[in-house]
Design a protein around this ligand. Structure first.
Ligand code: GRF
Length: 229
């Protein structure tokens, strides 16, 4: 049997997506091994990772004289020392340099709370409401040097309610994130998703039922932009 996939996680804060991914690793030890949780600042999620006996690191730019390249080099060394096969960003608030991504050979995945290419960057929920969009959602994507620009692995749409505030909408999108991000990791573990030459889903891949999850739709890969608004 193939050895477990080794996964490293990068966080900057709360770490609720990290928790869901670590739950999956704990449930499937034959296929998944969480080898590292690293943060670029003191992050609430670190203590919960440590409580699960997962190696944790805080590597702040300040530790390296305020220099991102020094911080990234240390991060790379930690990821390599942990022998991670994949790096999952879970609320990591720094942009990874092209040099670092090169070293990680395209094996970095992120979740972003919008239907990319809409609303790259921050404050996505507020911006979706201000733009009058009737559907918002999330994208899981491969990380490339352009911010929130890499190939989409999965997208799921959350309907916008008339009564939504940014926080109210964010809570529903986050609940969808908690279903969808583990589904991507599970598909990788099952070898139902290959990312070495573009995004290739195996037909047998199991995804959450959009109806049961209160989603408008869930798509393997990017959904056409005209379907978004
Ligand atoms: C999530 O909304 C994620 O999509 C975005 O940052 C947030 C992180 O939340 N990248 P958490 O730290 O996983 O709770």
């Amino acid at each position: 049997m193939a050895r477990p996939l080794k996964i490293a996680f990068l966080i900057s804060g709360r770490g609720s997506n990290m928790d869901k991914l670590l739950d999956l690793c704990a449930a499937r030890p034959d296929q998944l091994e969480a080898v590292l949780v690293a943060a670029d600042r003191p992050a609430a999620g670190l203590a919960r990772a440590a409580a699960r006996n997962i190696a944790t690191r805080i590597l702040t730019p300040a530790d390296f004289g305020g220099r991102r390249p020094g911080q990234e080099q240390a991060l790379l060394e930690a990821i390599k020392a942990a022998r991670a096969d994949w790096v999952f960003l879970a609320g990591y608030m720094a942009i990874l340099s092209a040099e670092l991504l090169d070293q990680l050979a395209g094996r970095v995945i992120n979740i972003h709370p919008s239907l990319l290419p809409h609303f790259k960057g921050l404050d996505t929920h507020q911006r979706a409401l201000a733009a009058g969009h009737r559907q918002h959602g999330l994208s899981v994507h491969l990380v490339t040097a352009g911010m929130d620009e890499g190939p989409v692995i999965l997208q799921a749409a959350v309907p916008v309610d008339d009564a939504d505030t940014p926080d109210r909408l964010a809570a529903r999108v986050l609940a969808a994130e908690h279903l969808c991000y583990p589904a991507v990791l599970a598909a990788l573990a099952d070898r139902h998703l290959s990312l070495d030459q573009g995004v290739v889903w195996h037909p047998a891949a199991q995804l959450p039922d959009p109806a049961a999850a209160g989603l408008l739709w869930l798509s393997k890969g990017p959904r056409a932009a005209e379907d978004h608004g």
